[in-house]
Design a protein around this ligand. Structure first.
Ligand SMILES: [Zn+2]
Length: 133
């Protein structure tokens, strides 16, 4: 019954829901910037709101303040390609994220960043079994 109560509460309080949503976005990447891997302190619109980008999960990625500020109103994929920390695996992850395939996006981010092991315990387990074999 608690779950039902929570849904009801969120419907009544859009702000609460917004906060939960923001948190869940950061949780996907283990609170790291999707562009550079530093701690994510903000949510970035991949397609800027000024260009009609929506505040949906597919268009919103966790980003550090430096990437978010530097990117400003540019399209993220074009901007990202010019960065020193450009990583094709992260670019693929951003594209997968935009298409709504968060699972693939997270797998690509894990591949790009070996220290990333927050949300997927099975991934870790598989690796240790591999080493033991
Ligand atoms: Zn960043």
């Amino acid at each position: 019954m608690h779950t039902n109560d929570a849904v009801f509460l969120e419907d009544l309080c859009p702000k609460f829901r917004l906060r939960q949503w923001r948190k869940s976005i950061h949780r996907f990447t283990g609170k790291s910037c999707i562009y550079c891997g530093k701690p994510s302190e903000s949510i970035d619109h991949v397609l800027p709101q000024s260009q009609g980008g929506l505040s949906t999960t597919e268009n919103c990625v966790p980003a550090c303040l430096s990437c978010n500020g530097d990117k400003s109103d540019e399209n993220a994929l074009y901007w990202y390609r010019r960065q020193k920390f450009y990583d094709p695996r992260r670019a693929m992850a951003i594209r997968a994220w935009l298409e709504g395939d968060l699972r693939l996006a997270i797998r690509l981010l894990q591949w790009a960043n070996p220290n990333f092991k927050k949300s997927n315990k099975n991934y870790e387990k598989d690796e240790s079994e591999y080493k033991a074999a």
